[in-house]
Write a protein that binds this ligand. Structure first.
Ligand code: AMP
Ligand code: MG
Length: 323
C-alpha cells in the first residue's frame, strides 16, 4: 500500500476542513473531494488529477436544503427531481451563487450539484459541514475508480487521504441534467431520459459529442476519455483484421465474439450488473501483457446509453489503433 494510508470519516472531515483533498466513495464512482468554497482546495483537486481548469467540478451536498447555499433561481422542477431521485446518481446544473468560486465552475455562471446516496459520502459531507467539490478520483482522461484500490493506484502519493467504502454499486458517473434553460440531459447515467421525462413531462437530450472531429458541446465532454493504457476497441471489427495474439475480450451476455470471453459484464445481460462491473474490468485488463481489449456491443437503451457513451470515448477510433 502506497502513501497515504486509508482514512477514517472523521479524519477525512478534519482534513477537508483544513483545505486538503481526500478521496471518498460514492455510489457512482470514487470522488476526489475538497471544500467547494475554497479556491486553494479546488486548485489541489485540479493539480492532483492533472485536470484542465476548463473542466468544471460537481459540488456534493448531503441535504436538499443545502441547495440554496450554492444555487439561485432554483426552479420548481429542481425540487421535483430532487424528491424523485436524490439521494442518487443525478447531477443538476443550476445558476450559481456568488460564494461558489469561478474555479469550481470553470468560469460558468452555473454550478453542478449532486446529493450522493452513499452513506460514507453523506457522513463525510455532514461531518465536514461543507459542500464538497468532487470529480472522479482518477488522473484526467483515465478510467474512473470504482474501488479504493483503484484510487490508490493512480493518486495515492498526490492526495491527503482515501476513505474506503467498498466497491461502488452503480459504477458509472452520474446523469447530468441542465435546468438552466429548458431541461437538457448533458451526460447519460443511471437516471435515464425516460426517468427524467416521467417527472418533467419532457426532456431534451444533448447530442453525444463522442463522434470524432466534432467540437465539444459542453465543458468536460471530451471526445477521448475514460481511457485505459492498453488500446480498447468498442465497435465492429473490420472483416479480415487479424487480432493480436494477446487480445482480451469483455463480453456482454451470451453473444458470440471473435475470441472467447475473458470476462463477462453480465452473463444474463443485466444492465445494472454490467454497469457496476465495467470500470473494474477495464482496470483489471489494463496490463502491459494485453495487446488489445475488445468490448462486445451493448444495447443502447436505459443505462446502456451511459455505457455506450463512456465506451465510445474510451475506444480507439480505428483499427490503426491510434486515438
Ligand atoms: P466528473 O466529476 O469528472 O465526472 O466531471 C464532472 C462533469 O460535470 C464535467 O466534466 C462537466 O461535463 C459537467 N459539469 C460540471 N459543471 C458543469 C456546468 N456548470 N455546466 C455544464 N456541465 C458541467
Ligand atoms: Mg471524471
Amino acid at each position: 500500500m502506497k502513501f497515504p494510508p486509508w482514512t477514517s470519516v472523521s479524519e477525512a472531515a478534519r482534513l477537508l476542513k483544513a483545505g486538503e483533498v481526500v478521496a471518498i466513495p460514492t455510489e457512482t464512482v470514487y470522488g476526489l473531494a475538497g471544500n467547494a468554497f475554497e479556491p486553494k482546495a479546488l486548485a489541489k483537486i485540479f493539480a492532483a488529477k492533472e485536470r484542465p481548469t476548463f473542466d468544471p467540478l460537481i459540488v456534493h451536498i448531503a441535504d436538499i436544503a443545502q441547495l440554496t447555499d450554492i444555487a439561485r433561481e432554483i426552479p420548481d422542477s429542481a425540487y421535483r427531481l430532487a424528491e424523485a431521485y436524490w439521494p442518487g446518481p443525478m447531477t443538476m446544473i443550476l445558476p450559481k451563487k456568488e460564494c461558489i468560486p469561478d474555479l469550481c465552475t470553470s468560469g460558468l455562471d452555473t454550478v453542478a450539484v449532486r446529493f450522493p446516496n452513499h452513506p460514507v459520502a453523506q457522513q463525510v459531507i455532514k461531518e465536514s459541514g461543507l459542500p464538497l467539490a468532487a470529480p472522479s478520483a482518477n488522473l484526467f482522461k483515465h478510467v474512473s475508480p470504482t474501488t479504493a484500490e483503484h484510487v490508490a493506484a493512480q493518486l495515492a502519493d498526490r492526495i491527503a487521504g482515501i476513505v474506503d467504502g467498498g466497491p461502488c454499486s452503480v459504477g458509472v458517473e452520474s446523469s447530468i441534467i441542465s435546468l438552466a434553460g429548458s431541461p437538457t440531459v448533458l451526460r447519460p447515467g443511471a437516471i435515464t431520459p425516460e426517468m427524467f421525462a416521467k417527472v418533467l413531462g419532457s426532456v431534451d437530450v444533448k447530442e453525444s459529442t463522442s463522434k470524432p472531429g466534432q467540437p465539444m458541446a459542453a465543458p468536460g465532454q471530451c471526445d477521448t476519455h475514460y481511457r485505459p493504457q492498453v488500446p480498447l476497441y468498442f465497435g465492429e471489427i473490420p472483416a479480415g483484421y487479424k487480432l493480436p495474439a494477446n487480445t482480451v475480450r469483455i463480453a456482454f451476455g451470451m453473444q458470440p465474439g471473435p475470441i472467447p470471453a475473458t470476462v463477462n459484464l453480465s452473463e444474463t445481460g443485466d444492465m445494472a450488473e454490467a454497469t457496476a462491473n465495467l470500470y473494474a474490468f477495464m482496470h483489471d485488463l489494463d496490463k502491459p501483457e494485453n495487446a488489445l481489449i475488445l468490448v462486445d456491443p451493448i444495447p443502447n437503451v436505459g443505462v446502456g446509453m451511459a455505457l455506450n457513451d463512456r465506451l465510445k470515448r474510451a475506444s480507439v477510433k480505428g483499427f490503426g489503433l491510434s486515438g
